[in-house]
Design a protein around this ligand. Sequence first.
Ligand code: AMP
Length: 495
Amino acid sequence: MGCISNSARKGTVTKANKSQESKVVSSTEDLQIQPRQFVVHRETDILKDYTMGPKLGSGAFGSVRVGTHKISGQQRAIKTIKKSSISEDQLVKDKFFAEVEVLKTADHPNIVRLYEFYEDQLHFHLVTELVKGGELFDYIVSSKNLSEPVAAHFFKQILSAVNYCHSNGIVHRDLKPENLLLDRQDSSATLKVIDFGTSIVIDHSKRLTHRYGTSYYIAPEVLKKNYDEKCDIWSCGVILYILLSGKPPFYGETDSEILSRVEKGVYQMKGATWDRVSVNAKNLIKSMLNMKPQDRPSASQCLESNWLILMPEATNQASILTAEALENLTSFRAEKKLQHAVMTFIATQLMNKNEVSQLSQAFRALDANGDGKLSKDELLAQYQSTMGLNQAEEEVERIMKEVDVDGNGFIDYSEFIMASAKRESLLSKQNLENAFRLFDYDNSGKISAKEIRNILGREVISNDEVWRDLVGQVDQNGDGEIDLREFKEMMLKLF
Ligand code: AMP
């Protein structure tokens, strides 16, 4: 076990990396639990842990296949890259590690989740969430053009992911319907942004100068190699145009024809299709396809556009799911750091996909400003509808104290999933036994302080005492390790 390899650190200097500067931890109280801690870099044969299935597609670096995780039985997507194909070219190498770093840190319902990362002599394997409903592109093709509520349902999710990326300094640079997958072929599907191979984490004082992107979606300033995160807003404008009309705004027989239209920024919204589209939708597209990037709205401003604010939800299923999730959130309690860690691990790595998908809908409904995290005010607005202000404030304070495990002042996506899931399914016998097996890395039947340190202590400076203390809180027979019975007992105290 270890962290992302040295070449990753050399490959990209990211904001994500900067925020991970080692923190000194002198007691178990100082430990912060974050989902990224569970994204482990394994230097073993992937076939030991996964059975490989059919191919899903191919990308710039290699192929993507379905893989079944042997312990949990979960199906996941495995992107395999030949080391030889990236070792010679520094640029390709940087792109590959940029994807690993960004996905490792991203914790958002509309960004594909990275589970783990394997490295053997010849290959790298990225193991991500399997998104089964195919590309948004195919969905648009099969539906010709979408109704405005359905287009808004998808577009809100794209903007929410982009807003989250931009507020964390991440610019995607290749947003297009082929990189947007649906969890099912259905108008109420959850959408996931994939392929962060061209993404970069920026410092706002710097301009970007590399030309990346795909002709139909590329912003004019990217062609001039002088741009910032607003290039993603342009691509979103193109995507919205396609969602509503089934056709791209900038077209042509060849790349150079398309690019010459992009450079001029000339497109039209005329004809029968566009006559049926609302003025608010057209205004939003126009603002996003503004030739001057500084005058384009930010992703958060787009989320507040009249078109999205006034659009009725295509489905009201979210309100039922939200009520259930809020009830579970209210009763969430965990005293021990290790209980938090195990629950975060199960929520991010082992939980049933259907359940996560339902909670993700509830999360999106609660996240009023679409920034991908829940603030005190967003929770307060919900609780105030069922109780008085004072009681609601008390409730929200308590929830923040219990659930905001990383202490950033917000309920992040994974924290929400962990705390709002039904306790009996999150802590099912199977999940607990699987979590135990995955923590027990050497398969000895017991979890040692060293094994816990290997997972939770990779990014901190600490002494052995901290990890012995953590084990000591659970170790009833005093042998210095945690066995399955002790592990289960610790977790079942949460009921
Ligand atoms: P990429 O290399 O990331 O561009 O992926 C290549 C193709 O593989 C994509 O266009 C998808 O069709 C498929 N694919 C990639 N990631 C996933 C995933 N997580 N779930 C399902 N299909 C995927």
